[in-house]
Design a protein around this ligand. Structure first.
Ligand code: PEP
Length: 248
């Protein structure tokens, strides 16, 4: 059985003080134990956030990392550094990193493999642009991203990988893919995993939808056959909204 997973991506928001206040608000509510809750915070507050989530079921995630363990990569953070803090998850290949920081599929593949080597679970982001969706090539685009990201990744690792399907046109725009469209893409991703690996692998890997997920659409999305969770940007910055999402 796949455990539902709701992850918040705070992006470049919140000082340490603001972030800890937000975590404390979330901690005050009774969270559904059957849902895995993850918060992906900026690097600067990972250590404090780790202390704040201690003795809760909330898991901690980073939003990126380098694929090397150390070296001359000014400004980068390595998997060893994340591991030292006790980070459970790391977002890899978010569309903002692909677009603004020119991350390639090859970089993403290296990051996925390094994260797995260090027992940090990657949340791999994939998704098509508006233009690609309008040309009806979204399945090809996403399947291609997945094949490249998972190159040389062993089937035994798939239970530790989450794939977040995030159509770029739905991120931070208020436009959500309909629950049927989102599910259709996740069904297609599962089919792709089956063709790259096998049936068992396609059944264990968890698939999220991301793109303007809010309290008013989470229930409908989560009712779909292949939606195992959500990756949430904007709504994860508001305690009330995020609590509603975690308790969908
Ligand atoms: C995201 O950035 O991963 C995201 C889904 O953002 P939002 O929920 O704000 O659309």
């Amino acid at each position: 059985m796949r455990i539902p997973i709701i992850a918040g991506n705070w992006k470049m928001n919140n000082t340490i003080k603001e972030g800890i206040e937000l975590i404390e608000e979330i901690k005050k509510s009774k969270l559904n134990k059957d849902v895995e809750s993850v918060i992906c915070v900026p690097y600067t507050m990972l250590k404090d956030a780790k202390v704040a989530v201690k003795e809760t079921n909330i898991k901690l995630g980073a939003q990126n990392m380098h694929y090397e363990e150390n070296g001359a990569f000014t400004g980068e953070i390595s998997p060893l550094m994340l591991k030292e803090i006790g980070v459970d998850y790391v977002i890899i290949g978010h569309s903002e990193r692909r677009e603004y920081f020119k991350e390639t599929d090859e970089d993403i593949n290296k990051k996925i493999k390094t994260a797995l080597t260090h027992n940090i679970k990657p949340i791999l982001c994939v998704g098509e642009s508006l233009e690609e969706r309008e040309s009806n090539i979204q399945e090809k685009i996403v399947n291609d991203q997945i094949e490249k990201a998972l190159k040389d990744v062993n089937a035994s690792k798939l239970e530790n990988i989450v794939i977040a399907y995030e159509p770029i046109w739905a991120i931070g725009t208020g436009k959500t893919a309909s629950s049927d469209d989102a599910n259709e893409m996740l069904v297609s991703i599962r089919k792709k995993i089956k063709s790259l690996y096998d049936e068992k692998s396609s059944e264990v890997i968890r698939l999220q939808y991301g793109g303007s997920v809010k309290p008013n659409n989470i229930e409908e999305l989560m009712s779909k056959s292949d939606v195992d969770g959500a990756l949430v940007g904007g709504a994860s910055l508001k305690a009330d909204d995020f609590i509603k999402l975690l308790n969908f």
